[in-house]
Design a protein around this ligand. Structure first.
Ligand SMILES: Nc1nc2c(ncn2[C@@H]2O[C@H](COP(=O)(O)OP(=O)(O)OP(=O)(O)O)[C@@H](O)[C@H]2O)c(=O)[nH]1
Ligand SMILES: [Mg+2]
Length: 452
């Protein structure tokens, strides 16, 4: 009874820990981003013994903008708030005092994040989109949005020629803006930014303009405007953020194939290795050839400091991962970014070739032709084959069958002609130098291809 209770508690704790661990990594996020609105212009006058003197209302400050800035220290999107706002501009005031500009918001984003616009609030705000309203109500709604009146003067303003002229002018410019607005064009030019390693920040939405104060409306005939412009709203968008980890090499394999064992064997990464499926829940990066790491015999010549490369261990891929089953898309996004993909298959399993077909199928389902980036096939757990003479012969036969299958895939155009098979034992560290050298070469080759 007590043992069962303890076991239950442990299982619950593990589940909660697992969820928490998972929460610390997020590679897809939808955010609502709104820039600050401009501050209102002021309706103010110098006070004189006889009443109101010349107009002195200051203009409002513009709203703050929202900018995304790459920060190489980040590798998850979970710290980014779902609602991102910049400060509104302050309103202007008497004596021509200008309102303070709203503070900008700068959001740090991990490099390798692709930002896509899902929705944008189209300018200008148009009350008459609501066709059920009558003309007078629409006019009133528009005026309420755009104008600020001196206390008690709204009614008088609504028939005053100075106000009517200013309102007409505003309406004309908004109509022009609306005519120029083309939803098709807007869609075609929707924001799509790939935040890369460069440090330059990307402006996402600009703050609204501040409204002008009442002195801006003075004319020769009318020296005392009793109204001012309100500030304009800031840009407002909904974005999807999709993070793709940047690594030179990506390991792709079914659960338990030994991907994490390979990462642990050729880098100093402390990734978890265990004999059950889905040990790895989030992509993990290691560096091959960094100081003191991955420097086995023969590797020193091949991996000079300039030839270091990063390698990404991924969760196990299962059939229908491309349909978002298992951990699904979460890491295929990162896989897509790697220069070189490595298929890791368990050579000791009954059907290594079927496993390879599954991996290829899932990658190609996710993105057509992606499997051709898999130019290295690691036949892992080779140590489990062989032993006596008969077993050795069986092992050779199995490897040659596997090699023939791969050759067919190359001839059929599914795999790249440069695809090579490297039998290894990650657990017993056999043939890892050859693996590192080959990966180093492939990465350099792809880097040269990318530049040219
Ligand atoms: N005999 C032998 N066992 C290995 C070898 N490589 C990995 N293993 C074992 O296979 C099991 C799975 O290894 P992992 O490295 O965790 O496999 P994985 O592909 O990362 O698994 P997931 O993270 O669940 O996808 C562990 O028990 C490893 O010790 C190998 O070369 N030989
Ligand atoms: Mg793993």
């Amino acid at each position: 009874m007590t043992l069962r209770k303890t076991l239950n508690e442990a299982a619950i704790r593990l589940r909660v820990d697992g969820k928490r661990r998972h929460k610390r990594f997020q590679d897809f996020h939808v955010v609502d981003v709104k820039a600050g609105a401009g501050g209102n212009g002021a309706v103010a006058f110098t006070k004189t013994p006889t009443g109101l003197g010349p107009p002195t209302g200051g203009s409002g400050g513009s709203g703050g903008s929202v900018t995304f800035s790459p920060n190489a220290k980040l590798n998850s999107l979970h710290t980014i708030p779902s609602k991102i706002r910049a400060a509104n501009g302050a309103s202007g005031s008497g004596d021509g005092r200008l309102g303070k500009r709203g503070a900008d918001t700068v959001i740090d984003i991990p490099p390798g994040t692709v930002i896509r616009e899902l929705w944008r609030c189209a300018p200008p705000p148009r009350e008459d989109r609501n066709c059920s309203q009558d003309e007078d109500t629409l006019t009133q709604l528009r005026r309420d949005r755009a104008w600020l009146h001196y206390p008690g003067m709204e009614e008088a303003n609504s028939t005053h020629p100075l106000f009517l002229d200013a309102d007409k002018e505003l309406r004309r410019s908004e109509n022009l803006q609306l005519k120029r607005y083309n939803p098709q064009h807007e869609q075609e030019h929707a924001l799509e930014v790939d935040i890369s390693d460069d440090k330059s920040p990307h402006l996402i939405v600009s703050g609204g303009l501040g409204g002008v104060g009442n002195p801006a409306f003075v004319t020769h005939q009318h020296r005392s405007p009793k109204f001012a412009r309100k500030g304009q709203p800031g840009g407002h968008v909904k974005l999807s953020l999709e993070m793709k980890l940047l690594a030179h090499v990506g390991l792709v394999g079914l659960p338990n194939a030994g991907k994490s064992s390979i990462l642990a064997a050729i880098t100093s990464s402390k990734t978890k290795v265990a004999n059950y499926a889905f040990t790895t829940l989030k992509p993990e990066i290691g560096v091959v050839g960094a100081d003191g790491e991955g420097e086995g015999e023969g590797a020193k010549d091949a991996l000079t400091p300039s030839h270091r490369f990063t390698i990404l261990d991924n969760p196990g891929l299962i059939a229908d991962a491309a349909l978002n089953k298992g951990l699904g898309h979460t890491f295929l996004r990162s896989v897509e970014r790697a220069l070189v993909l490595v298929f890791v298959v368990d050579l000791s399993s009954l059907h290594p070739l079927t496993h390879l077909h599954t991996l290829i199928h899932e990658l190609n389902e996710y993105k057509s032709g992606l499997a051709r980036a898999g130019t290295v096939i690691v036949a892992n757990k080779a140590d489990l084959l062989g032993g006596d003479e008969q077993q050795n012969a069986q092992a050779k036969h199995r490897l040659s069958q596997f090699t023939d299958g791969v050759q067919c895939l190359i001839e059929g155009g599914t795999l790249d002609p440069s695809t090579t098979i490297i039998p290894i034992s990650a657990k017993h560290e056999v043939n890892l130098d050859k693996l590192k050298r080959t990966l180093g070469e492939r990465v350099r080759r792809r880097q040269v291809e990318e530049v040219s």
